[in-house]
Design a protein around this ligand. Structure first.
Ligand code: 13P
Length: 251
């Protein structure tokens, strides 16, 4: 998969079925730049409806926010990768900080999930990012490096090419506080260098790295204008169609 401009919305646990449908319909019908891939990571209950809206469209598609690390079995309430794959869901978020925090998802569990997604040709959006104390003590780059080493770097060259990375500093998620464009660029360049060291520059240059954390219409342009920022993973601001369209048009 070549490096792309991507505007991904993570709806988290928001919207009723009908509100979600109308939001997805508005985004699907809207005029969007043809060189930007728009992705909507919707709740499980909305996957079928949003998939039906988008499956025959070229540059807008649906993503799952998560799936279980076992392929099937007695896991009441869980969703398997096979269920997503049987619906032809093209993307899945893996390792969002909210799941790392509340569901205690570890780097090694996330590595298992990455393998599962890739085995079903579902493109993982792999999240990483540090909490505030780590940023304050200037250990953010080494912290993210460890997340990638333990969660991602077991992949082969041919596998890593099919992964999207999202850098989401936890202190900027849902807080209204955004990493400055320079802070985002510093980390994205560091991540690309880690990828280059491990897989070679050509592969590193081909991987899309998204920034997440209070992206909104007012700051999207300056963030997306950074050379190593290939787009955004957007929470709150992706729930409003006109606002998210502004974000989509910020490249
Ligand atoms: P906010 O854009 O609401 O800060 O959320 C970011 C995020 O967690 C996207 O996955």
């Amino acid at each position: 998969m070549a490096r792309q401009k991507i505007a991904a919305g993570n709806w988290k646990m928001n919207t009723s079925h009908s509100d979600g449908y109308f939001l997805a319909e508005a985004l699907t019908k809207a005029k969007r730049p043809s060189d930007v891939q728009t992705i909507m990571a919707v709740p499980y209950t909305h996957l079928g409806a949003v998939q039906a809206l988008t499956f025959d469209k070229k540059n807008i598609s649906v993503a799952a926010q998560n799936f279980h690390h076992e392929e099937k079995g007695a896991y009441t309430g869980e969703i398997s990768i096979n269920m997503l794959s049987s619906m032809h869901i093209p993307y899945a978020i893996i390792g969002h900080s909210e799941r790392r925090e509340y569901q205690k998802e570890s780097n090694s569990l996330l590595a298992t999930k990455l393998n599962l997604a890739l085995s079903k040709n579902i493109t993982p959006i792999f999240c990483c990012g540090e909490k505030l104390p780590i940023r304050k003590s200037k250990r953010h780059v080494s912290f993210v490096k460890k997340q990638l080493q333990q969660g991602l770097f077991h992949l082969s060259k041919s596998e890593i090419k099919n992964v999207i990375i999202a850098y989401e500093p936890v202190w900027a998620i849902g807080t209204g506080e955004t990493a400055s464009p320079a802070q985002a660029q510093e980390m994205h360049a560091a991540i690309r260098k880690m990828l280059a060291d491990k897989y070679g520059q050509a592969i590193a240059d081909d991987i899309s790295i998204l920034y997440g954390g209070s992206v909104k219409p007012a700051n999207a342009k300056s963030l997306f204008g950074q050379p190593d920022v290939d787009g955004g993973l957007v929470g709150g601001a992706s729930l409003d169609a006109p606002g998210f369209l502004e974000v989509i048009n910020s490249f």
